[in-house]
Design a protein around this ligand. Structure first.
Ligand code: NDP
Length: 305
């Protein structure tokens, strides 16, 4: 049986071959579609999955699987999986800590003052007086929330189902959202993109945060109503924003966020895992698919993530 690495960057194919010499890895369907057991996808989702009669697994090499949630794109009965590794969680937590601390200590203001030749002493709030909230307490969000709490921030988390994380005040469900958001100084979005979470970062939500709050979105661009962002900054509901993801990537050169000093854009690079770091997890999922077993990190079609 074979693994089809469809439209997957060549370095990943090489890393996968090195990590899994036991697997037959091909980059096109070839003359025997019945041999394909797993399909790996990167950005593009093939439209020929139903022509592979023995397909057991479609594995996303990225953590976000919204592209696969199109009805009937992946045939019924075929497992959907994604890669979720400690390397990704570690990278995302680095990113979250960096940007919360950067915002907390007003680094961009200090740089502006330095550029103007100013030397202004100021008093910082204690981390313990600052409320930070993480939306999404999955593989990435739980690790980030735990580490924010260890730094000393008053940390809250929000998920669909209730969680228990040491040092983190956990809220859940639509009914728990208002209490989670109330007077937060920093909001971090690490949600998957689903119908329930699309457009969740909007004007109504910003108004529930502490005045002059900071936002970090490293989930997906579709979480943010981009048209609501500049008005929220101008009204003082938000003081600064870090965005790793946008609705259109790459954004057009004249996108208004590029020119706004209150917004820091990072080019979808919060997590930078190398092919060699991800290949062993992909190989394990494909080996399980050979015997028809679900992948280690399955995606639930009903939940959409
Ligand atoms: P997980 O599936 O492990 O966790 C998702 C979390 O979101 C869970 O806690 C889940 O709740 C919660 N959630 C889902 N829907 C809702 C909802 N309607 N209301 C409240 N909570 C909800 O995902 P990961 O942590 O691995 O990744 C999260 C997202 O981060 C990815 O989907 C992707 O979009 C993004 N990402 C971004 C990267 C980047 O480089 N910028 C890199 C990797 C991922 P519950 O626990 O109850 O199921």
């Amino acid at each position: 049986m074979s693994v089809l690495a469809h439209d997957v960057p060549e370095p990943f194919v090489t890393a996968l071959r090195a990590a899994a010499p036991d697997l037959d890895i091909r980059t096109s369907v070839g003359p025997d579609p019945e041999a394909v057991r797993s399909v790996l996808i990167w950005l593009a989702v093939p439209d020929f999955l139903e022509t592979l009669p023995n397909l057991s697994l479609v594995l996303s090499l990225g953590a976000g699987v919204e592209r696969l949630m199109v009805p009937r794109l992946v045939p019924d009965g075929v497992h959907i999986g994604r890669i979720s590794s400690a390397v990704q969680a570690e990278g995302m937590s680095d990113y979250v800590l960096l940007h919360v601390l950067r915002q907390h200590r007003r680094l961009s203001q200090l740089q502006d003052e330095q550029a103007r030749g100013e030397w202004r002493w100021r008093l910082w709030p204690r981390a313990g007086d600052v409320a930070v909230g993480v939306m999404g307490l999955g593989a990435l969000g739980a690790d980030a929330a735990r580490k924010l709490a260890m730094v000393g921030f008053r940390t809250r988390g929000w998920s669909r189902t209730r969680k228990s994380i040491k040092g983190v005040a956990c809220h859940s469900g639509a009914n728990g959202l208002a209490a989670f958001l109330a007077d937060l100084h920093h909001l971090v979005c690490l949600l998957p993109l689903t119908p329930a979470t699309t457009d969740i970062l909007n004007a109504d939500l910003f108004a529930q945060l502490a005045p002059g709050a900071f936002l970090i979105n490293a989930g997906r661009g579709g979480h943010l109503v981009e048209a609501d962002l500049l008005p929220a900054l101008n009204a003082g509901h938000l003081e600064g924003v870090t965005l790793d993801v946008l609705r259109q990537e790459p954004p057009p050169a004249d996108h208004p966020f590029f020119a706004d000093p209150r917004i820091l854009l990072t080019p979808h690079s919060a997590v930078c895992a190398t092919p060699g770091q991800l290949a062993p997890d992909a190989a394990e999922a494909c080996r399980r698919a050979e015997r028809g077993a679900p992948p280690p990190c399955p995606v639930d079609r009903e939940r959409g993530y």
